[in-house]
Design a protein around this ligand. Sequence first.
Ligand SMILES: Cc1cc2nc3c(=O)[nH]c(=O)nc-3n(C[C@H](O)[C@H](O)[C@H](O)COP(=O)(O)OP(=O)(O)OC[C@H]3O[C@@H](n4cnc5c(N)ncnc54)[C@H](O)[C@@H]3O)c2cc1C
Length: 235
Amino acid sequence: MDLPVVEIVEETPTTKTLVFDLEGRPFRFYPGQFVVLEVPHPETGEKLRRAYSIASPPTRRDRIELTVKRVENGRASVYLTTRVRIGERFRMKGPYGRFYWTEKLHSRIALLGAGSGVVPLVSILRYIRDRDLGNVDAVFLGSFTSYEEVIYREELLELGKLKNVRIALTLTREFPDSWQGYRGRINREILSREIPDAVERLHYLCGPPGFVESVRGTLLDLGVDRRNLKTERYR
Ligand SMILES: Cc1cc2nc3c(=O)[nH]c(=O)nc-3n(C[C@H](O)[C@H](O)[C@H](O)COP(=O)(O)OP(=O)(O)OC[C@H]3O[C@@H](n4cnc5c(N)ncnc54)[C@H](O)[C@@H]3O)c2cc1C
């Protein structure tokens, strides 16, 4: 597909959402899947291919959204967060990936993400909200470096008001004085407290490889069956 950017949303000082118009094309995917985007690298004339999770839910039929966090010295992510203008067209392929959820898989889920790793998890939450899936029970645990870097902050607060969705956040580096959430990386205490029924849930872990490995190890220690752990490593 070759799609135009029709809107750019600043989510945090380092993160932007690019909204692409599907121009009437049907595009079917499951929440959690990703696309491969072709990104120009003006310095070398290369076309870089990078994976980006789809942030929007499949219930949104006219557009798809990608949320990109700027990585220091990152070629594609710097271009996407600083140089893209409305109207620019991008080639993308997909959808790809087995890291997805549908209501047929499990009705009790835990979504654990760090930084831009929350993107596919929020697609899943948006899908649950849009389809009004009241029989599903979801816990979302997001880890960010600071309050300013919490992606989709307002929307997460709104999603947390749904009776079948619980949202918990932790900040790892800087905390506002009034911060009521957790401090520090997701650990055994936080997991036991937020997901006391972890063994009964299907877990989705997404973010930097170190985050995914550490949370996966702790969940296994807590008795979660490895078949109930789905992981996506960003890199
Ligand atoms: C399945 C999948 C889905 C993804 N979805 C998203 C998404 O929704 N949003 C998003 O922002 N990113 C996502 N990523 C990461 C994305 O594909 C790129 O790796 C990222 O944008 C960096 O690319 P770059 O060209 O800017 O960095 P490069 O120019 O390739 O790398 C520059 C430097 O940054 C380091 N680096 C590369 N990637 C990362 C990273 N992710 N974190 C920290 N340091 C890094 C490299 O080691 C190198 O030192 C996803 C990755 C995968 C595999």
